[in-house]
Design a binder for this molecule. Sequence first.
Ligand code: G4P
Length: 533
Amino acid sequence: MTAAADQPTSPVLAEAARRRTFAVISHPDAGKSTLTEALALHAEVIDSAGAVHGKSGRRGVTSDWMEMERKRGISITSAVLEFTYGDAVINLLDTPGHGDFSEDTYRVLAAVDAAVMLLDAAKGLEPQTLKLFDVCRSRGVPVLTFVNKWDRPGREALELLDEVEQRIGLRPMPVTWPVGFAGDLRGLVEVATGDFTRFRRTAGGATRAEAEHVPAERAAAEEGAAWSTAQDELALLTEIGAGFDEKDFLAGTATPVLFGAALSNIGVARLLDALVALAPGPGERDDVDGRPRPLDAPFSGFVFKVQAGMDPSHRDRMAFMRVCSGRFERGMVLTHAATGKPFATKYAQAVFGQQRTTLDEAYPGDIVGLVNAGALRPGDTLHDGPRVEFPPIPSFAPEHFAVVRSADSGKHKQFRRGIDQLDGEGVVQVLRSDLRGDQAPVLAAVGPLQFEVATHRLESEFHAPVTLEPLGYSVARVTDAEGAATLQGQSEVEVFTRRSDGALLAVFAHPWRLESVRRRYPDLRLDAMPAGT
Ligand code: G4P
C-alpha cells in the first residue's frame, strides 16, 4: 500500500502529525477547570465530571504537593493532561489560573503549539487573559477563542468580537455562532455550512448536553426571533469577511471563535474538533543558532518547568520536558546540553495530576516527566546524538519585589546555597545591586505566590529561615549601563542586575513613574519584557 502524497512517511512524522499540544489561557473564574474537565469528559478519559476539578472540596488534577497549596485550595503546579481523541493525541498543559500566578504559567506557553483563550461571556477580556495573550503573541503561538458561559446572561456576541479586535488586534473568525443571547442559548450554527445544532441541557453538567440537528426551516419556525437575529448577525459577518483564514490564524493575526458553556458541555466537542482540525501540530523548532530542528532528527527536547517536592516523602524533583524531535524511549541515556553530561531516563513518567504512570515512548509534542532531575533547569535541552541546544526561555517581567534576608545569623551558608538553587531553577528571579550588597538580595516575581514557594523551600529544604521585606515597585524594564547611570539616585526607581543573565533591570514604583522617566529621557533604553530579553 502506498501512502498518499501528503501523508508523512516516517513513523516519527506520522506520530507528530497526530499531536495537538495546547494550553488554555484565561482569567480566574472564566471556567478553565470546568472546560478542562469537560474536554477530558468528552474524550472519555474520566468517567464522571468532577474528577479533574482543581477547586477545594473536589479531587484536584494537579498535585497537592505543598500544605499551603491545600490550605488555599489552589494549584501551584502545572499539570499535563494527555488523552487520545479519535486518531489525535491531545496534550493539554495546565496554566495555573489563580490571580497569584507565577513565571511557571508563562513558561508553559513556551511548550505549546497553540492556545485556547477562554472568555467569560459576561466579562470579555480580563487582565490575566491579556497578560497571557501577550506571551502567546510574543512567542507566535496561534490562539483559538472560546466564549464560555453562554448559558447565563452576558454580553452580545458581536460586542465581544469587537472587543477582541479593538483591544488586542486579533481579527475574530467565528466558527460557530450562538442562536439565542447569552442566558437563553438555543443552539449553535456552524458558520461555514449553516448547520444548526440545538441543545437541551442536563442538570449539573455531569452528562453531555443532548444535541439535536435541526434543519433550517424547522429552526426558523421553532426558534423565531432568536433564529432571525442569528441569521442577521451571520449575514453581517459574511459581509465583513469574517470567514476562516488559516494563514492569518497561524500568523497570529486572527482567531477562530467558538461559543459554548463548559459547565453544560455545550460547544466543548466542537472545540475539540476545531483544535484537531485547525490548530497546528508540532513544528520544527529553531535551535539556539536559528536552525530549524527537523521533527525526525534524533531525539531532542527541552525542559520548561522544574518542580521540587511534588512528593514530600521522596523529596524528588520533577522536570517537565517537551519533546521537539525524534522518538523518546524510556531508559534512553540522553545528553544534557548545558553540561555535556549523560542523563538517564529510567524513571520517565507521564503525569496526569496526582497519578503518574510510567511512560515508555513519546513523540514531538508530548510532555515527559523526568524524576530525580536535580541537574535540570527550565530551558535546558536534552538530546540524543550530535549536540543541539534550544534557545533559553525568556524571563518575564516581574511585578513583585522583596528583599530577602537570612533570619538566622548562623545559617548564612545555607541561605546562600538556597538562593543560588532557587535562582538556578527559576523559582524566582534574584536581583542584586552594589547599593544593597549581597547579604540582602532582592527576589523578583511575576506573582507573589512565588515568594511563598521560595520562603517555604528555603526553610524546609535548606533549613534557612528568612524574612522578606516587600519593596514598593511594580514595573520592570530592561535597560543598559547608560540607563543605570542616568537613573541612579532618582526617586521611585532602582536599577538591579539580574544574577542569572546579568541583565540590568530598572524597576519603577508605578507605571506613571516609568512614563515620567520616559518623557524626560526619551532616548533611554527601557525595553519591555519578555520581548526585550
Ligand atoms: P477557573 O478554573 O477558570 O478559575 O474557573 P472554574 O472552572 O472553577 O469556574 C468558575 C466558576 O464558573 C464555577 O462556579 C463554575 O461552575 C462556573 N462555570 C464554568 N463554566 C461555566 C459555564 O459554562 N456556565 C456557567 N453558568 N458557569 C460556569 P463557582 O460557583 O465559582 O464554583 P463551583 O462551586 O461551581 O465550582
